[in-house]
Design a protein around this ligand. Structure first.
Ligand code: EPU
Length: 300
């Protein structure tokens, strides 16, 4: 796809790229080009870009680490704002204030090095801090959004706002930001607790063990489906005999049923067809309706 839109004002921002292939910014390594692509964590630049995009009638969306998203083969005919930073500061002895574009791994490392506990469960989760908050990344038991005190975001009209925890609407793999990528999380403050080192090390070990048999070093987007109430989606897919099922370049992991792997040349379309095949099989075999945890971008 070549750029179908043109905004001289947007191009005047300077650091904007055109026709940037989004496969290079997702852990699935899938996705067509973004007409415009801005990589920053600067709220003023983001506000400016959003105002220009709104004036020009251009759609826009935030992208974090690209680890829990499926981007269409057509890409995104608008502006992608890729959050990118490494800022993570300790404040008030037990809080971290960090940019959305900082990697979640760095946030966890900083917490542990400051002897703060709470985030051990999230060890091994890829992606950015902002993306992890928006989708409340975590395990079946814990999600990162539980630890947010407040966050700053630029809303879809380009206004910088604050959202307190009480307004986040936190539930399993969900916050109010999950399906509104045009509300752009800029930074957040987490409240943690002082760690008992032995306890914290135990939690680190547990988290690493839990992830030890998940596929590693492959192109995927983590778990594709949310766990249905009191069930494991991966286990259902395994019991349905679907592991290894392949459509085009997309394959259900032999290690964990809830992972779809891009074996090298997968199209988003292969993955979509495989997702809908799995949903149908699980509905037919167990009467359970699976719901995607992964987010879609560029499909409308
Ligand atoms: N199981 C199987 N076969 C499979 C997959 C799982 O038998 O193919 C069994 C396991 O043996 C275990 C049970 O199902 O007894 C649960 O499996 P697991 O511990 O892997 O947990 P999960 O419910 O499948 C959740 C999160 C993961 C997180 C793990 C570990 C969801 C959708 N998934 O998986 O998160 O890493 O717990 O804490 O909540 C992600 O969100 O991307 C993700 C990978």
């Amino acid at each position: 796809m070549s750029t179908k839109i043109f905004s001289p004002e947007l191009e005047a921002i300077g650091i904007i790229k055109k026709d940037e292939v989004l496969a290079n910014h997702t852990t699935f390594k899938v996705g067509g080009p973004a007409a415009y692509f801005l990589e920053t964590n600067d709220s003023e630049i983001i506000q400016k870009a959003i105002r220009i995009a709104n004036k020009a009638g251009l759609k826009f969306a935030a992208l974090g680490g690209g680890s829990n998203v499926l981007v269409s083969d057509q890409g995104f005919n608008g502006l992608i704002i890729k959050m990118s930073s490494s800022r993570c500061d300790l404040i008030d002895t037990n809080k971290l204030d960090a940019d959305a574009g900082t990697s979640l791994a760095k946030i966890i490392r900083t917490a542990l090095s400051q002897n703060l506990t709470g985030l051990e469960f999230a060890i091994g989760i890829p992606g950015s801090f902002g993306g992890a908050i928006a989708g409340n990344a975590g395990t079946s038991g814990h999600g990162i959004a539980e630890y947010v005190e407040s966050l700053k975001y630029v809303d879809k009209t380009g206004v910088l706002k604050i959202c307190d925890k009480s307004q986040l609407d936190v539930s399993y793999r969900y916050t109010r930001f999950k399906y509104t990528p045009e509300d752009i999380i800029i930074s957040a403050i987490l409240i943690l607790a002082p760690a008992q080192p032995i306890e914290s090390q135990k939690l680190v070990k547990e988290a690493m063990e839990k992830r030890s048999w998940q596929p590693k070093g492959v192109w995927c987007a983590g778990c594709i489906f949310k766990n249905p109430a009191n069930k494991s989606a991966g286990k259902l897919i395994d019991e349905a005999g679907l592991k290894g099922k392949t459509i085009g370049g997309a394959k259900i992991s032999e290690e964990h049923g809830n992972f779809i792997i891009n074996t090298g040349k997968a199209k988003a379309e292969d993955i979509i067809i495989l997702i809908s095949f799995i949903k149908q099989q699980i509905r037919d075999q167990f009467g359970v309706q699976l719901e995607e945890e992964v987010r879609y971008l560029g499909f409308n």
